[in-house]
Design a protein around this ligand. Sequence first.
Ligand SMILES: Nc1ncnc2c1ncn2[C@@H]1O[C@H](COP(=O)(O)OP(=O)(O)OP(=O)(O)O)[C@@H](O)[C@H]1O
Ligand SMILES: [Mg+2]
Length: 247
Amino acid sequence: MAKAGARAPILELAGVTAGYGEIQVLWGIDMRVRAGEITALIGSNGAGKTTLMRTLSGLLPVRSGTYRAAGIDLSAARAETILRAGIVHVPEGRRLFGAMSVEDNLLMGAYLRRGGRGEIGRDLDRVFHIFPKLYERRTQAAATLSGGEQQMCAIGRGLMSAPTLLMIDELSLGLSPLLVEQLVAALRQLNAEGVSILLVEQDVTIALDLSHSAFVMDMGRIVRSGVSSELLSDPIIRDAYLGVIED
Ligand SMILES: Nc1ncnc2c1ncn2[C@@H]1O[C@H](COP(=O)(O)OP(=O)(O)OP(=O)(O)O)[C@@H](O)[C@H]1O
Ligand SMILES: [Mg+2]
């Protein structure tokens, strides 16, 4: 586990609000995410987790408050600038280009990079090393992949953007326990190689087991945060999100 407080925060949010048109969804988000860690974002349906990830990736504007990543102010930054800063979003639903091959989908992740072919080729090899299934299926159309393979492809595409922070929305949705186990192992490996990860995961046990720290959202606010292992044994969390009723 990463040492607490040893590094500058990779994300620093203060009073961030955001929403869609007239509808305000985020009501003043305060959050510090440490570099080098896996951080989980949990909360019930409609809490605002996806909206927060969309705001962090610049798909939705920050309406008020400040958003900094590794000390850089991104409060008014466009999605492209945020991506170049290494904040990479793997969206819910995966959003692959179905008719394109697996390899071309992966290369789409590198289209904003200035790095030369050599660097991009090395990263492609790294993705194939982490997800050997994708190598086997590299010439196949993405639409023909299984759900788990599509998730691997979406994460692989994110990795091709050279992330410092990889944000994954709904890691395990619709996947078998075995596939989830493989993905969890892959994420641990990536994290060990230095990629910080922010994860939205419905399965709170998986989320808290995989992460170092976690934030709990409810109705557009952060209502709890802390060390994941401590949250896992917190009676309120167990009752609300793990379906465990304490005596
Ligand atoms: N495009 C949109 N236009 C208007 N309201 C939206 C839009 N997308 C989401 N919302 C609303 O914002 C709120 C938060 O939604 P969001 O998708 O961020 O929740 P979530 O925590 O990701 O939920 P889930 O666990 O179901 O994915 C919900 O009330 C939702 O109805
Ligand atoms: Mg969501």
